[in-house]
Write a protein that binds this ligand. Structure first.
Ligand code: BES
Ligand code: MN
Ligand code: ZN
Length: 503
């Protein structure tokens, strides 16, 4: 019952679009009927065929609009697909990605099995050919992704898009395009793994299932992989982590992935991913509306596994450790109760005032466990707070860090990956909100600044190294009818690591 990965073949080409012998050539048109460079070439070769269509008013260049043309004179391709790009001065990163996605979906829906897409030639401020191609590949995978392993009939198109050619404008750019292609493929495969894990429902995707999937990725790339069960975690003193899974019949797992690709003895980067395979809230039960979405509460862990796949595919010469505390947060007679006090691996005690603030309870022990690797940096990823969704919505992940250079490194990678973050304050002023009269701290800080107090809680366990926390509650999945995992922030993580290999 594996989800069938879409099979796509990519190539990079330079050369005249009118001479491409393929099922479809895709060209862009800006608003006010302004043709992009390759569209001008097609227009010239066809004695003004495209201009005439624009004059006739069939295509105005509005973003998201398309027009499919058959039998364009003097053109070797069977069809030309015109894609509206919106206003030229607004053609930035998001518009570029939207245009590629629109083109690819239209190709799929119109049965073109092969196409040459020239949108990748359109220059974008501050971006280079490598960026354009990498983003085109990632966007194509994203647009064509489907998760139908649990449908009785596959939703594969009758004539699916199989071969995609992305154009670059000069021969000299081909080699930069190839670099973008390799990165784009590795990242897309990693994103697809994260999406599949996120979309797999919690009756299938249990902590044990996640551990098996991590092991599969480890085997494929020669990573070390250790799976700690309840007894092993108990021995380590992970009283906080283990308390969360107590209410569930599904046993917890603490997953450790190890990529030793760098110089021996070099301090590793540690990636920590929250993996609550279902978050019912525990005894502090969540309301029923949208509770199904708590299936995605393992997305941090899924992204670590996805990022590891990409690290392996790119053979990054770095030492990287992945830590994934995985469990289920359910109400039961054995579950944590409000007022319970647990002892974390660090020795610090925590009063659990709300059993639904469980993410920090599992992450704090993972952050303590991370100390043994003497890390150069630790980054945790967690669908941690609903407050984060209220503050930032679905576009950036929230970034918190105790080390400005690390925060800047992540901001830079996020911008490059177009997997954006927004830095939030991590100030001691908020720590007061976590005071407890009976234990060292409470696990909630009241309504004001909910994402920040959650980060402040984690910060108390991350004093021994440089650390950043990404709250991905708003970015890891889309809700509503188009429900589904986004695979974020795999791309950001891979770029963060890639940048460390280039220095
Ligand atoms: N997994 C949730 C956070 C979440 C909620 C993500 C909604 C996306 C959408 C987390 O475990 C949680 O329940 N957090 C609580 C914390 C509160 C009890 C302090 C929340 O945000 O409501
Ligand atoms: Mn919760
Ligand atoms: Zn949760």
């Amino acid at each position: 019952m594996e989800n069938k990965e879409i099979e796509l073949e990519f190539s990079i080409k330079s050369g005249a679009p009118e001479k491409q012998r393929t099922a479809c050539v895709v060209v862009g048109v800006f608003e006010n009927r302004k043709l992009s460079g390759p569209a001008i070439d097609i227009d010239r070769a066809s004695d003004g065929y495209l201009s005439e269509i624009l004059r006739g008013g069939d295509m105005e260049g509005k973003a998201g609009s398309t027009l499919l043309l058959h039998k364009v004179p003097n053109i070797l391709a069977d069809r030309i697909l015109m894609v509206g790009l919106g206003k030229e001065r607004d053609f930035h990163e998001t518009a570029y990605r939207d245009a590629i996605a629109c083109a690819v979906k239209t190709l799929r829906d119109t049965g073109s099995m092969e196409a040459a897409i020239t949108l990748s030639e359109i220059p974008i401020k501050k971006r280079d050919v490598t960026w354009n191609i990498e983003q085109a590949v990632i966007t194509t995978y994203d647009a064509l992704y489907r998760f139908d392993r649990l449908k009785s009939k596959s939703s594969e198109a009758r004539r699916p898009l199989k071969r995609v050619i992305f154009a670059v404008s000069r021969r000299g750019e081909l080699k930069y395009g190839e670099i973008g292609l390799a990165r784009g493929l590795a990242i897309s495969h990693g994103i697809n793994i994260a999406k599949d894990l996120g979309n797999t429902p919690s009756n299938i995707c249990t902590p044990e299932y996640l551990a098996n999937e991590a092991q599969k990725v480890a085997k494929a790339h020669g990573f070390g992989c250790e799976i700690l069960d309840y007894a092993a975690c108990d021995k380590l003193g992970m009283g906080s982590f283990l308390s969360v899974g107590k209410g569930s019949d599904k046993p917890p797992r603490f997953i450790v992935l190890k990529h030793e690709g760098g110089t021996k003895g070099h301090k590793p980067v540690v990636l920590v991913g929250k993996a609550v395979t279902f978050d019912a809230g525990g005894i502090s039960l969540k309301p029923p509306a949208e509770m199904d979405e708590m299936n995605y509460d393992m997305s941090g862990g899924g992204s670590v596994i996805g990022a590891f796949h990409a690290i392996g595919e790119l053979k990054l010469p770095l030492n990287v450790i992945g830590l994934i505390p995985a469990c289920e947060n359910m109400p039961s007679a054995n579950a944590n109760k409000p007022g319970d006090i647990v002892t974390s691996m660090s020795g610090k005690t925590i009063e659990i005032l709300n059993t639904d603030a469980e993410g920090r309870l599992i992450l704090c022990d993972a952050l303590t466990y991370a100390e043994r690797f003497e890390p150069d940096a630790v980054i945790d990823l967690a669908t941690l707070t609903g407050a984060c969704v209220i503050a930032l919505g679905a576009h950036p992940s929230a970034l918190f860090s105790n080390h400005d250079p690390l925060a800047r490194e992540i901001e830079h990678a996020a911008d490059h990956a177009w997997d954006r973050v927004w830095r939030m304050p991590l100030w001691d002023d908020y720590q007061d909100q976590l005071k407890s009269s009976l234990a060292d701290m409470a696990n909630i800080g009241g309504r004001p600044a909910g994402s920040i107090t959650a980060a402040c809680f984690l910060w108390r366990f991350a004093k021994k190294y440089h650390w950043a926390h990404l709250d991905i509650a708003g970015t890891a999945w889309k809700g509503g009818r188009a429900k589904g995992s986004t695979g974020r922030p795999v791309s950001l993580l891979v770029h963060f690591l890639l940048n460390r290999t280039i220095k």
